[in-house]
Design a protein around this ligand. Structure first.
Ligand code: AHR
Length: 506
């Protein structure tokens, strides 16, 4: 006869298996066979692939994407497809609260500046809890290794217009450096250019290059952002992202330099039509915020961009990184073609005979947690706090991936689907969604034991690993870490009881 405690432990292990099963199952059974040498399929990641920057240097490809957190990472692989399984290498972590958070839009360049050849890693960052104070920053490498080490160099800003600014990028033209970025003017998020005296200093006033003016630049919101230079056969272009990143109609526009002073708006001519946009036929939506790289033998031009798989995507961590070769039109402008389907097998860049280790990623096994006793009420995050409420939109805020516990793989950690790398953690009895900072205290606070439901043992409850006896429940109307004792009432027990509902990412 199994005594009550032992029965509870047996049931808890059974629940843990049920909670974790889809993850192990898909990991073991969802992977497809490797691809043919010299071929690959998109995407390069299953999520966390937004705003990608990819460079080929000294025998390896290097990829960085938006982390939305306080750290920056980079993946390295000798083959393009190998980036899919390359481990992200942390290259920087910020603790200064004035620039700690919401890191977006990484770009890294090998520039020969005052300190000799160094990698300069540009990115956007701001303060916790709001995107209203985003600015552009840059790191400097110690040598010529793209993986660093890096030290923080500067915040780049125009002293005469020190405003909100994002998506910093560098243009080298006729021996001079220029900083490209997106900022607001008259309520329109626009593209600006400014002179640079060195890779970390804006040395003059910003000049407006492009503001959203066409209908195709105003879908969802008037936005021009993500500028990036492209040079070929003596011509210079700036490719930029237009319309709202949270719509499927986020797309690319083109500015062509006509040879005058690059710091004059008139020196740049905007193409009247977009140059790269959604393909409903290929199932690619919001294809933009791009970069460019060359094949290993330097003969081919490739574009790297992010996209969503459906019109329901958003400007969040579900975006994935895609690559494809592009060509040039007779007039010298780039021809990016149509964003390719993730079913299409591409020839790898010339000189890359790599094998695609993962032509098709297993779908993300997504969990939602319905709350006991409340109709259609689910555990969700809002403004990075955990809530329980009846909600369907954005459903991604109530979707999680159940991972092995960061502090103990026998337990679990609950990762956000739309903010990869962000886990539910306790913080002074609140339950918040914050990025993993790699610390032991974070791991402990973000690890939960699966227990039989406190209101119904067929359901489940989350007991704190860091504070045994305390459970995710509700107190004073908000989700909280609540101590449960023999005398704890039914309402706390019901608010601590969840049923996992599983779904597979589309
Ligand atoms: O993806 C995060 C940010 O969203 C990007 O830096 C910007 O281009 C967009 O507005």
């Amino acid at each position: 006869m199994i005594d009550r405690l032992r029965r509870g432990q047996v049931l808890a292990r059974l629940l843990l298996v049920l909670v974790m099963l889809p993850l192990s199952f898909s990991a073991a059974h969802g992977q497809s066979d490797e691809g043919e040498p010299g071929t690959l399929r998109n995407p390069l990641n299953v999520h966390g692939g937004a705003d990608p920057w990819l460079q080929y240097y000294d025998g390896n490809y290097y990829l960085a994407t938006t982390t939305w957190a306080s750290g920056l990472t980079m993946r390295k692989s000798p083959t393009l497809a190998g980036l899919k399984t390359a481990e992200p290498v942390p290259i920087y972590f910020e603790t200064d609260p004035s620039r700690c958070c919401n890191m977006w839009a990484p770009e890294f360049y090998l520039l020969d500046g005052p300190n000799g050849p160094r990698w300069y890693f540009y990115y956007t960052a701001g303060i916790w809890g709001t995107y209203d104070f985003q600015h552009t920053h840059v790191l400097e490498s110690a040598g010529t290794d793209p993986l660093g080490p890096y030290t923080y160099k500067a915040r780049l800003f125009d002293p005469q217009n020190d405003t909100w600014a994002i998506d910093g990028s560098v243009l080298e033209l006729d021996g001079a450096l220029y900083f490209l970025f997106s900022a607001f003017i008259g309520g329109f998020q626009s593209i600006f250019i400014a002179p640079m005296s060195d890779p970390w200093t804006i040395s003059g006033e910003r000049v407006l290059l492009s503001r959203p003016e066409h209908d195709w630049e105003a879908q969802g919101s008037y936005v021009n952002e993500g500028p990036v230079a492209l040079q070929h056969d003596g011509q210079t272009f700036i490719v930029y992202s237009a319309s709202a990143c949270w719509t499927p109609d986020y797309k690319l526009g083109l500015l062509t330099y006509n040879g005058g002073d690059p710091l004059q708006t008139e020196s740049w001519v905007k193409s009247p039509e977009p140059v790269f946009q959604r393909s409903d036929e290929n199932g690619v939506f919001a294809p933009a915020h791009n970069g460019f790289f060359k094949s290993p033998d330097g003969t081919e031009d490739w574009i790297v961009y992010h996209a969503n798989d459906s019109t329901g995507g958003a400007c969040d961590g579900r975006r994935t990184t895609r690559v494809q070769q592009f060509t040039w039109n007779a007039d010298g402008t780039p021809n990016f073609g149509v964003p390719v389907s993730t079913d299409e097998v591409l020839a790898a860049p010339s000189g890359d005979e790599g094998i695609d280790p993962l032509p098709e990623f297993p779908p993300l096994e997504i969990a939602r947690f319905k709350v006991y006793g409340r109709e259609s009420a689910y555990l969700r995050h809002l403004n990075f706090y955990a809530l329980v409420e009846s909600m369907e939109n954005p459903i991604a805020d109530s979707q999680f991936i159940v991972r092995p516990g960061l502090a103990d793989p026998e337990a679990v950690s609950i990762e956000s689907v739309n903010f990869p790398g962000f886990f539910l953690r306790q913080d002074r009895n609140s339950i918040v969604l914050v990025p993993d900072d790699g610390s032991a205290s974070y791991a402990a606070d973000a690890t939960w034991w699966i227990r039989p439901g406190l209101a119904d043992p067929e359901w489940l409850s989350f007991e704190s690993y860091a504070q045994p006896g305390k459970y995710i429940s509700r107190q004073f109307g908000v989700i909280a870490l609540v101590e449960v004792t023999e005398s704890t009432g039914d309402q706390v027990r019901e608010d601590a009881t969840f049923r996992q509902e599983r779904m597979t990412a589309s």
